[in-house]
Design a protein around this ligand. Structure first.
Ligand code: WT7
Length: 699
């Protein structure tokens, strides 16, 4: 395969699914035809200021109107939108709906326990968010201060985010599956002074010791002077240390249920959210108020085609960007009803999602391919008993969805009458950037189809940076012009922002993903330019020279069950173990999770047997990052493949770990060479056999 030519995908005949006409009683889609899409898209990229100026006036309520729509560019890294306007995200998500429609349901909370759910109105959300905002003010939080949120999936997690937004504090939500070390690092980096957490969390029948973990993290975060503790389980054994620790319920009951919104400048930070990059150190992606909110609001409206009375259920966690944009800001800014789901898709059984859809009459449902694949394996009988007729839109996000899983979602869950929206985006883009629009875009299983308004996608030759024009091309995915919800910086490290996103290809935002544009102009996102896609390029060139020479390109980012992880971060966790000398981590293809983590470790002398050591090293990764980063396999090996200059040749590790080369291949140097590529730079060629044998050894 050569870059810039049609690939296997474009050559395959792919079925197109054309949108159905709405059922009687269903709303007419906001974007009713491809002609509408094309006209709007054209305006959005040729006259972005006109398009987004109008959209921002239509969709958001401003404290002070803006005169200037956009400013800055990707060359200089100085993006700003609506810069002289003032707006408050909490006002847009809560007050403007509560004031006219206080009894409308804002949040449906579906607890971990099957029979436990609760509806909360916009009026109630306004009161609860205000009370908490007053508590934050009482404890000294002011505009621009960073507040950490480490919460289970309860409505109070949403109140915490909105209370920050209300007074201009910058929230930094840390997913409740992260370990104490990870929470500590994030609180220190963001210079948080206050933490909002809970006594415990519940997930799939298990209890998560949030306060215990938080205490461990806080031991090394002296700047955090106040910890607000929400009682989720009311377990009396949970440690509580006054005066630092204060109870959510006691403090909020003393506050009045109204707190004025602080008018924020458009470019004031709204939140930061840490995500993995190529180095071990996570980066605090920073989003600003107006642009982010407009992106979340517009994409939710058009991609989930929200209409009055709709119930939107996004199954992500608020600890990830998907939860920020499609549980909290997008649905609430639109005045819709959003579902906060505390449990997991398989608890108490694999019918949990569909029970939720049936019970709450969900109209749009959003989950990840990894969940779809897992449920598909467990069988259709878990789906069949439920009435899913309320559904109109089924969304997928987090990684490429394989056509089989797409078809199952479409036929079994969607009963062949729902729109499937495979939505591509990233923490950094803030909102969806490539996606079908329901009732409008013909879909192809496995393709995220076409760009959203304002997103001028370019496919670049990874080596030369030249734009690959026309259809039937493969390269790296980049975006030409800024759009409102793109991240503005990495907190306290603008140089890293420039290095990672804007300098690799001058004038473009570089996504870190590989992509093909097929003969119809449809996009097929291949995943991070590291693992799978990287090896795709290896047939024509040894590596992506440009990426390797750029200072901090995302070379080693992998996607496990929709979670973005950095191999360097896992490696640094492993080498903290006293027995581990060196570690190299790679992603291998996995049927369920997309990619899985395989760790190669060399040892210092150790008395322990390999089985005990693997268990200890696995525990080490879980403790340093969190259980979602659990390695699939730890391979203890006498040596790692290195170049003469000492660089680990991950290409070899990936192929060995993925069993693309096996013991039999060792018999034939020619086959090895075909499978592993040029091995002449390898310092010690004998290492290949060692590795293959280590992988073959069952523990
Ligand atoms: C990476 C972003 C914001 C989404 C949740 C994950 C991959 C995401 C798709 C999709 C193919 C996808 C990309 C991207 N990705 N959605 N529909 N098709 N790949 O957010 O942790 O910032 O990860 O997820 O590789 O770069 P994230």
């Amino acid at each position: 395969m050569s870059i810039g030519s049609a690939n296997e995908t474009t050559a395959d005949p792919v079925p197109m699914f054309h949108p159905h006409a709405p059922r009687p009683g269903d709303p007419v889609p906001h974007i009713p035809s491809m002609a509408h899409y094309r006209a709007m898209y054209e305006e959005s990229v040729t006259k972005p200021d006109v398009f987004f100026g109008k959209l921002a006036q239509d969709l958001l309520s401003w404290h002070k109107p803006f005169n200037q729509v956009s400013h800055g560019n990707f060359h200089e890294g100085n993006i700003s939108w609506f810069v002289d306007g003032q707006v408050n995200a909490c006002y847009n998500c809560v007050d403007r709906h509560a004031l006219v429609n206080p009894n409308k349901v804002a949040i449906i909370w579906e607890a971990d326990e099957m029979d436990h759910h609760r509806s909360i109105t916009y009026g109630e959300v306004l009161a609860e968010v205000s009370r908490l905002a007053n508590v934050l003010l009482k404890y000294g939080v002011r505009r621009g201060h960073a507040v950490a949120i480490y919460m289970p999936m309860v409505p109070e997690a949403v109140y915490a985010m909105l209370a920050c937004a209300r007074i201009g504090a910058v929230h930094s939500v840390v997913f409740a599956g992260f370990s104490a070390d990870a929470l500590r690092d994030r609180m220190l980096d963001a210079k948080c002074r206050l933490l909002i957490t809970a006594d415990q969390g519940k997930r799939g029948g298990k209890t998560i010791q949030l306060k215990n973990i938080a205490d461990e993290a806080l031991a090394e975060c002296p700047a955090v002077h106040t910890v607000i503790v929400f009682q989720r389980t009311n377990d009396k054994s949970v440690p509580f240390h006054p005066p630092r620790d204060i109870w959510w319920h006691e403090e909020t009951s003393n506050q009045r249920p109204y707190c004025p919104c602080t008018p924020m400048n458009s470019e004031d930070p709204l939140f930061m959210l840490y995500t993995s990059g190529s180095t071990g150190k996570p980066k605090g992606v920073l989003h600003t108020t107006a642009g982010y909110l407009l992106g979340a609001t517009a994409t939710t409206k058009y991609i989930f085609d929200l209409h009055e009375g709709d119930v939107h259920a996004c199954m992500a966690d608020v600890g990830w960007i998907t939860g920020h944009s499609y549980i909290v800001y997008g649905p609430l800014s639109n005045g819709a009803t959003t579902v906060v789901f505390e449990s997991i898709p398989t608890y108490p059984n694999a019918g949990r999602y569909w029970d939720l859809v049936d019970k709450h009459k969900v109209t749009s449902f959003y989950t990840a391919p990894t969940a779809i694949r897992a449920l598909r394996r467990l069988g259709d009988d878990f789906v069949k008993p439920y009435d899913l007729s309320s559904l109109r839109i089924l969304g997928s996000v987090g990684e490429p969805i394989n056509p089989d899983a797409w078809m199952w979602y479409h036929a079994i869950v969607g009963r062949s009458r729902c729109a499937i929206v495979d939505t591509y985006w990233q923490t950094e883009t803030g909102s969806i950037i490539i996606t079908p629009l329901p009732g409008c875009t013909p879909t192809k299983p496995g393709s995220a189809t076409l760009p959203f308004f304002g997103v001028d996608v370019a496919v670049l030759d990874p080596q030369t940076g030249e734009e690959l024009k026309g259809n039937g091309v493969t390269g790296v995915l980049a975006v030409r012009n800024s759009f409102p919800s793109i991240a503005r910086t990495i907190y306290d490290n603008h140089a890293r922002y420039m290095d990672t996103y804007l300098l690799p290809y001058k004038g473009f935002y570089f996504s870190g993903d590989g992509v093909s544009r097929d003969e119809d102009g449809y996009y097929w996102v291949r995943g991070r330019v590291d693992g799978t896609f990287h090896s795709l390029f290896e047939s024509t060139q040894d590596y992506i020279v440009r990426l390797l020479t750029s200072r901090s390109a995302p070379l080693d980012v992998i996607n496990v069950a929709g979670h973005r992880l950095s191999t360097a971060e896992i490696e640094s966790a492993l080498i903290k173990h006293p027995a581990c000398a060196e570690a190299a981590v790679v992603g291998v293809p996995d049927d369920l999770t997309g990619q899985a983590i395989v760790c190669f470790c060399t040892l210092k002398s150790s008395d322990l047997d390999n089985k005990t050591l693997s268990a200890a090293l696995t525990a080490q990764v879980r403790a340093h990052i969190g259980p979602f980063a659990t390695p699939k396999r730890i391979i203890i090996t006498p040596d790692l493949p290195k170049t003469r200059s000492g660089k680990i040749m991950r290409r070899i590790l990936r192929k060995v770990a993925g069993r693309e080369v096996v013991q039999e291949d060792l018999q034939d140097d020619a086959i090895l060479k075909i499978k592993l590529g040029d091995l002449s730079t390898l310092a010690d060629p004998a290492v290949v056999a060692l590795l293959i044998n280590s992988v073959a050894d069952r523990l």
